[in-house]
Write a protein that binds this ligand. Structure first.
Ligand code: FMN
Length: 369
């Protein structure tokens, strides 16, 4: 049986071994932005999962751009050294290419970690000032952010460039700009958060201006032979928010700047809930891919191997990203291969857990298709 999901995919000078991507997932387990043993366990395990690309979680480009005090960052020498330790282990044992998502949380920063309830930190809990296009809070009870002035915007562009340079030194294969999910760059894109009256607000062109300034500066700093992409929210799922039409224009502008791919997600603003339907972002991804020709990754309730196979084989997207599916089954890549009639590719230490070495493989419930 031939599988399109398991065909290689070239992006800039990198060829991914297959179309399966582990979506970036915040772990809220860093210390002062530095990766910990948790990252060694979490990323180390996922590096041997059978995915072609492992994305490192949203990684703050400055301390103020962290969602929580436990977010991963890449803004100090200590952050760089700690991540280097994790990367060495992942590369020593894993085959997955490794990408990093560079992020600034904007007005959703200075928050509690989800398992402590989320929401803005209080001053007693160590709140720090947050930044956004306009002085509008994310929602009730959230801190009112500082509306960025030109100096602040210049600082944040420089922080993205500095983080990309650190990623280059670390030998990371791919960089992705986080411009989705209601964080800073998405806040500029969306009329829900951007009420500016200067050149950075109002028309679609103006709202795209700052994210594209960041994108252009990172493009300049990041080597051409290593893929550079961006994640976007194709809709806010809120009336009057960023729209699928605007997402097409934004993806086209990124492509013109030399971006190699976009990852199509959605939502992130208070009140905007994506539907709980399999592949709910597929119509947006398909539209962006056919309108712009940019390589397109899609994410959102992709769970079954045959679902992923159909997405790739039918040309709805070039890559599929799974988040919760890989937390649930960190060997999803092996099980997908098996379900699609291909031999799984575990590290040699685990060879004895696949057929024909393990008769139990035929006895357990097969990965569902
Ligand atoms: C634990 C967790 C952490 C997440 N952190 C990030 C993140 O750092 N960056 C991001 O763009 N999306 C993040 N997301 C969203 C996922 O990448 C993904 O887009 C979303 O979960 C939908 O995919 P799924 O249905 O395969 O889980 C996170 C999701 C989860 C479950």
């Amino acid at each position: 049986m031939s599988s399109q999901l398991f065909t290689p995919f070239p992006l800039a000078g990198l060829t991914l071994a297959n179309r399966i991507v582990i979506s970036p997932m915040c772990q809220y387990s860093a210390e002062d932005g530095s990766a910990t043993d948790w990252h060694l366990l979490h990323l180390g395990h996922l590096a041997v999962s059978g995915a072609g690309l492992l994305m490192i979680e949203a990684t703050a480009v400055e301390a103020a751009g962290r969602i929580s005090a436990a977010d991963l960052g890449l803004y100090s020498d200590a952050n760089e050294a700690a991540l280097g330790r994790v990367l060495r282990a992942c590369r020593r044992y894993g085959k997955a290419a490794i990408g990093i998502q560079l992020a600034h949380a904007g007005r959703k920063g200075s928050a509690r970690v989800p398992w402590e309830g989320g929401g803005s930190l209080t001053a007693a809990e160590g709140a720090w000032p947050t930044f956004a296009p306009s002085a509008l809070p994310h929602g009730d009870g959230w801190q009112i952010p500082v509306a960025l002035d030109r100096a602040g915007m210049t600082r944040i562009i420089a922080a993205h460039v500095a983080a990309a340079r650190r990623a280059r030194v670390l030998g990371i294969d791919l960089v992705e700009l986080h411009s989705a999910h209601g964080y800073l760059l998405h806040e500029f894109l969306s009329p829900l958060a951007n009420r500016r009256t200067d050149d950075y607000g109002g028309s679609r062109e103006n709202r795209m201006r700052f994210p594209l300034e960041v994108a252009a500066a990172v493009r300049e700093a990041w080597p051409r032979d290593r893929p550079l992409g961006a994640r976007l929210s194709a809709t806010d799922w809120v009336d009057g928010g960023f729209s699928p039409d605007e997402a097409v224009a934004y993806a086209a502008a990124l492509k013109s700047l030399g971006f190699d791919y976009v990852c199509v997600s959605s939502g992130g603003f208070a009140g905007g809930r994506p539907p709980n339907e399999p592949g709910y972002n597929l119509p947006f991804a398909q539209r962006i891919r056919s309108a712009t020709g940019v390589a397109t990754r899609v994410v959102g309730l992709i769970v079954e191997p045959n679902q992923a196979e159909t997405i790739i084989a039918s040309g709805q997207a070039d890559l599929v990203a799974l988040a919760r599916g890989f937390l649930d089954d960190p060997h999803w890549g092996w099980h997908a291969a098996e379900a699609l009639g291909l031999p799984p590719d575990p590290p040699p230490q685990y060879d004895r857990a696949v057929a024909p070495a393990w008769p139990g493989a035929a006895l357990r419930p097969r990965a569902s298709t």
